[in-house]
Structures are given as structure tokens and as C-alpha cells.
Design a protein around this ligand. Sequence first.
Ligand SMILES: NC(=O)c1ccc[n+]([C@@H]2O[C@H](COP(=O)([O-])OP(=O)(O)OC[C@H]3O[C@@H](n4cnc5c(N)ncnc54)[C@H](OP(=O)(O)O)[C@@H]3O)[C@@H](O)[C@H]2O)c1
Length: 406
Amino acid sequence: MPSAIVTGATGILGREIVLELSKHRQQWPTIHALSRSKKENYPDNVIHNHIDLQSSAEDMATDLKNVRGEYIFFAAYLAQDTEQKAWDVNGAMLHNFLEALTKTGAIKDVKRIVLVTGAKQYGVHLGEPKQPMQESDPWLTDDKWPPNFYYNQQTILLKFCEKHNVEWVVTYPNDVIGFATGNFMNLASAVALYAVVSKELPGYDGLVFPGSPDFYTKFDSFTRSTLHAEFCAWAALEPRAANQAFNVVNGDAESWQNMWPRVAQYFGTKVKPDQFSAKDLKSDASSSSELAPEPPLTLLADKTGLLGTPALKPSKVEQHVDIVKWSQRADVKEAWNKIAEREGLDKSIFEKATWDFLGFVLGRNFDLVISMSKARECGWTGYRDTWHSLEEVFEELKEAKILPKA
Ligand SMILES: NC(=O)c1ccc[n+]([C@@H]2O[C@H](COP(=O)([O-])OP(=O)(O)OC[C@H]3O[C@@H](n4cnc5c(N)ncnc54)[C@H](OP(=O)(O)O)[C@@H]3O)[C@@H](O)[C@H]2O)c1
């Protein structure tokens, strides 16, 4: 029976891969979970080891001397403040880790390596891509777009696998709905904190969607972290998945016009009927900024016949309520402190929530429709309902005492 090695084992995606594999003891008797910190309590078929992926291949080889596995899941990630640094740092972490496996000799056992990346593959952070997004869409390598560290990681992986005769799989999840201990960089916790605190503010008269009024009626494709983990376990072993990259999203197309009223109801309130009217907003409450001068859509514009059309104008991030500014307001902080004291919650949680990330995810003014056809044609049948995904994570957040129970 095979063993697995999972890097990024405490992250929002890596943690679920460890938990998913560990559930299937017969299939996966040993799972080596690797991260810098050791903050998880894993089942007894998981061996959790410290590794610093920013150290040299030689140093990592020392840390990895008792670690062997047939299947590797690389889900480590280190955010950087520029795209070039993200390229350098995340590329080096993967490269040096793979080199360390050759130094220890563990590479001789490896059959397949699964690399977790994301829908930035299509430039969703730069503007509107061609829709639906498909794995065969060309990479945005032109100088007019910033470097994309996923391209560096995939190039490193493919070269390495070719040299060592190992199979590979790459995943492209999007807007992940999940939970990781002590990691608040997730959509669900920021949405939940926003709703809970809004309700507590003096004069509150209904929940207001803070993102783009345009995006409110457009579609997004989300990835439940547990579904992504099931996908990784499937893709590691499925012969038809070998040497392929796959989109991994829930399989429904959702919109906030459908989910926001449910968010409101979940937190015991209602959406403000005229939530997008400007009359109640403080003067500095809204914001709008342009993304890349040319959206990714332009790459295929000649082939798709869109040259010279308004579809190629720069995309925007529009926030009806600028969520970062909102999170810094004195009355908002005061409301949170009141809730935290009343409910016995950790006050620092609110500042740790990634408000800028939420502002971006809700503020884009274009659809994000991601095709699951390729995976389905290879035999993948997994699916999650996106609203139920959010609800599940809200429940986990309550259990973890990040949200009030009531
Ligand atoms: N989160 C999303 O919404 C989302 C959406 C689409 C795609 N993705 C992509 O999914 C991939 C995984 O991201 P994520 O969001 O799951 O990341 P994450 O929650 O931030 O977790 C990152 C993981 O990497 C580990 N790590 C970071 N630096 C390390 C180092 N020097 N040595 C050892 N381990 C290190 C962390 O361990 P420690 O706990 O020890 O720091 C943690 O386990 C990334 O490519 C990301 O771009 C994420």
C-alpha cells in the first residue's frame, strides 16, 4: 500500500489533503505531513514533520531522511508582496524540495506528484479571462502581464518529472471555501465576520453586499477544500489523470444574488432591499480600481473575434463598501470587541481576517466560470453545492470559536 508526502499540511488546501488520505487507512497506511509549524492534531496514521522549504536542498534532505512515499502532494505556498518575488520564492521552494528527494534517494519510490496551484493560471487577478476557463487556454506569458509563479512551478515540475520518469498532475482550484487552524485567509471567515459585526452596528437596517454591484448578478465558481482533497486523492491514482492539469471547482455556478440573502438568513438577518443605493454610505465608503490595462481575454481576441470590442476594456475591482476601510472604522472595531467580550472569543481574530482578499474576491466586475469537462471526461464525478460548502465552514468556524455560537 502506498505512502503519501504532503507539503503545506497546515494550509487551507493541504490540511484537507492530509485529512482525506488519513480517512482511507487501507489505501494510505502512512501519510507524511510537512509544514513549518505543527499546529494540527492529525490521526495516528499521519506523521507530522517540520520542514523549512526555504532552506537549501541539502538541509531539507537532512529533515527528510526518514520520509519516503510513492505519491507527493505539493500544497505549500508562501505569499509575497510582488509577483516576481512570488515567482522566485514559490519556485525555489518546489525546486529545492524535489532536489532534496533526489539527495535522500526517496525519488526512486515516487510514482506521481500532484502540484496544487489555482485559477490565477488564467489571470483571474488581472481581469476577465475567456470563459468558461479551460485547461487548454494559453498561458499569459507576454511581457504586458506580470510573471505568474504557477507557470514557474509547473515548468519546474514537468522538467523534473521528465528527467526522473515520474508522473504529474496539476490542480487549478478557485476561490477556496475551507478552514485552516490559525489561518484566516479564507473567504468564509471574512464574510461571516462582516455579517456578524454589521448586525451589531448602531442604526443597522439590513445586510449590505460590500462588493461590486455588477458582480452581484454574475457567476463565480468556488472550490470546497474537502472536494479538492478528494480530487487530489483520485487524481494521484487514476491512470487517465496522469500528466494532466485540471480545473477543480464545485461543479455548480453560483452568484451572490443567490447566496447573499442566504448568508443574511444564516446570521439571523435580511438583505437591505436597496443595498446598492448610495444614500446611506459614508463619503469615503466606496472604491474602484482598474486591473491590468489589457484583460486576459485579449490574448485570444483575434481568434474569438472580439478585437475592437468593448469586452477588451480593463476589468475593475469595485467595492460598494470598501471592506478594508470598513474593517478599520472605530465603530466597527468597537462592535467586534463588544461581540468578542460577550461571546468569549479571541479579539485579535478580526484583525487577522484577510479583508483585502475578500474585497478583491467580491469586487471583481466579471464572471468566473470554470469548466469541469476535462476532469469529468477522465471519470471524475465529485461535486459540492457551494451554498452548503459555505454553511459547513460557518459551522466549523463556530466550533473553532472564531464565530459566536448563537
Ligand atoms: N486559499 C485560496 O483561496 C486559494 C485559491 C486558489 C488557489 N490557491 C492556491 O493553493 C495553493 C496552496 O495555498 P493555500 O491557500 O492552501 O495556502 P495556505 O493556507 O496559506 O497554506 C500554506 C502552507 O504552506 C506552508 N508553508 C509556507 N511556507 C513554508 C515553508 N517555508 N516551509 C514549509 N512550509 C511552508 C504553510 O505551513 P506553516 O503553517 O508552517 O506556515 C502552510 O501549510 C497556492 O498555490 C495558492 O495560490 C489558494
